[in-house]
Design a protein around this ligand. Sequence first.
Ligand SMILES: [Zn+2]
Length: 206
Amino acid sequence: MEFSSKLLEKAVNEMAQLPGIGKRTALRLVLHLLKQPKEQTRFLTEAITTMREEVKFCRSCHNISDNDVCEICANTKRNQQIICIVEDIRDVMAIENTGQFRGIYHVLGGKISPIEGVGPSQLNINTLVEKVKSGSVSEIIFALSSTMEGDTTNFYIYKQIQECDIITSTIARGISVGDELEYADEVTLGRSILQRVPFEKFFKNN
Ligand SMILES: [Zn+2]
């Protein structure tokens, strides 16, 4: 791609670093910004910079938060003894949108994936195991996507907490295997949380 301006080229190259954005799309977005009033670009860059500088992760569940403890964990109306284990914040958002879950979450930050070089120590697993072992948890719900990596991660966590006297369940899968939570519709996802099944039964059937 030949550019008439180094400034334009630099902006396009930076934009093209984003996932799913090729050079052509990057150019289209940059040219769009050029047509907007200057302050519009400033609002955008300030929002991104401030978010990047100031965002925190909840010290209890690792959800993205503006405070040390996220709004969900800090909400006394929620059942702090029921923890739904999810891969990332998009899953928290998807489940929150259903309005069917009144417990709290634990955000792992990914799934165990030997192919991608992601091991258990790179995920937020230890804090979860500690929480369960402290006796403050009555049930954990596995809500990872039903991929091989998701199943491996579920099973790894299950092994760590197997001896603890808690209920382990997994969300019922009305959605076809391999569907990511964020793409499931709200009704199906809401139902799958309410109709969760014991985890032991789930993996013995597979
Ligand atoms: Zn939290």
